[in-house]
Ligand binder design. Sequence first.
Ligand code: NDP
Length: 284
Amino acid sequence: LKRVGFIGLGAMGLPMAKNLLKAGYELHISAHRNREPVKELKQGGATEHTSLGELAAKSEILISILPTDKEMDSVLLSEDILSHLSTKSILIEMTSGSPAMMKKVARAYEEKGIRVLDGPVSGGTAGAEQGTLTVMTGGRSEVLEDVRPVLNAMAKQIYLVGEIGAGKAIKAINQMLAAMHMVASAEAVALAEKLEIDKEMVKKVIGNSSGASWMLMNKIDSLSERNFTPGFKLALMKKDVQIANDEAGEMPLPFAANTLELFKDAEKEMGDLDFSAIGKNILP
Ligand code: NDP
């Protein structure tokens, strides 16, 4: 399986697609509003197609990493793609979307005999560039084994979590925690500044204590510098915390509910900044 179609060439998709070119895959892409990634990939050897149908027709493996459920619905369920993909091809769906949308997409593809793997990722843009992402897959193990070489070109850890939708579910739990840890880290930095504790001391001492988190250790510098360049857009994190809260339904998750309110308020003005910009409303 050497011919890969790639849809969604954003902060994550572009570096992931570049790693596929580097690994020797024949890459097929289509028009995106932002021309830069298309130009860059074409220079690296990718072929551009004028329609998603044409792209689908060329794809033995089709990879999508789109912003939200809405684009999963409008792009992946379009007749243009569904009618042009061969029944021998496999869709790897890597968006951080909802489990319900993942199941809806999988049903439409599987009805046509096309195999599907649910596979959202973690590791950020740095992990995407370095090819060290974590992939949280849902689906059948035979499907995973068929696409494992492609995933290996982009990722370091690949986990099979459960059935279709389970990848999206565990990703939502990860994102809920990541958002909470970001709020907690911003509060820690704010208090450390008020109490005149140097950030290097925070890293050294709390880094070796029970309050440490991956988020605090990795974001303390940018929070201290008030550097909110994305990265990972705040609007996308709000979407993730929303998915976690929706999945919880009536189950009370007070910290998650509170975190969602903070991200909803911040999204209006800061949706396109990095999600660490949630700290703007906390830091002095
Ligand atoms: P970006 O906003 O940077 O990129 C989104 C991409 O999707 C763009 O290439 C955009 O193309 C394309 N797109 C949007 N709408 C459509 C459409 N209707 N048809 C075709 N293409 C479309 O997002 P990210 O790369 O940051 O995130 C993608 C997904 O990965 C999200 O679900 C996010 O939550 C998740 N994620 C992000 C991480 C990060 O650190 N950024 C880390 C882990 C997961 P166009 O030029 O046309 O707008």
